[in-house]
Design a protein. Structure first.
Length: 148
């Protein structure tokens, strides 16, 4: 696989978000973003990622939980608490830079690089080696079924 276009992290864990991602413009208007650790599963393996999103995207996830008819009221309240309690608010400066908190760096086992892309209206931050592993094997073949 070709070398991934990764984003560099400074020694203070600061990262410049990709300017070509449409969601970054909405993030810049707010002046802050939320980082939410969410594992992604593929072939039985869990990959830790951080979803970086706006307040309105976070509210959208919260509304989905509220609207869920499968959950009881206490279960909905618990999930909303987990969502809000795990979402970390981060300032975004005028150059689209954000400082990732140490616990996000640790969860992803990042060194000085991260692979970042937009999907479903949020940015996903991956450890580059996890992304390469996730994106190998049958994943590309299964994607081809949807594109052809």
């Amino acid at each position: 696989m070709d070398q991934l276009p990764t984003l560099k992290l400074s020694v203070k864990n600061q990262m410049t978000l990709p300017k070509n991602a449409p969601v970054v413009a909405a993030m810049a208007e707010d002046g802050y973003v939320y980082g939410l650790p969410v594992p992604v599963k593929n072939e039985g393996k869990l990959y830790p990622i951080i979803r970086v999103m706006t307040e309105s995207a976070l509210q959208g996830y919260e509304q989905e939980i509220r609207d869920s008819e499968e959950l009881t009221r206490p279960e909905r309240a618990a999930r909303i608490s987990a969502l809000r309690g795990n979402a970390w608010r981060m300032a975004l400066d005028k150059q689209n830079r954000v400082v990732l908190p140490a616990h996000h760096i640790g969860a992803l086992k990042l060194d000085r690089e991260a692979y970042v892309f937009e999907a479903n209206g949020v940015l996903q931050v991956w450890n580059p080696s996890d992304w390469s592993d996730f994106n190998s094997g049958d994943m590309l073949d299964s994607l081809a079924d949807f594109l052809l």
